[in-house]
Write a protein that binds this ligand. Sequence first.
Ligand code: SF4
Length: 88
Amino acid sequence: MTALAWMDRAVCARLKGWHQAEPEDQAETCRHCPVQAECVAYGLGVETLAVGNEKGFPIYGGLDRAQRLRVRRKRDRDRLKARLGGQS
Ligand code: SF4
């Protein structure tokens, strides 16, 4: 993974043990992080489908894997609708 400039301002990077915390606690941290928007966008773009490691999926911007998948599906549907709407 390539470090991005916004990662320097990540709150979680300064919290010892954050990556081992419960997802709800991680998400609470994200709500107060100045780079939440950048992190969500990053999380939607990275591949996180580690087979057999459901509990180990990381939080990005306060969204867990299932939440990110829902956002991606909605985004893809909206893009498809826009594309199809532009053709008719
Ligand atoms: S939004 Fe959450 S996961 Fe993302 S950098 Fe901030 S604290 Fe870390």
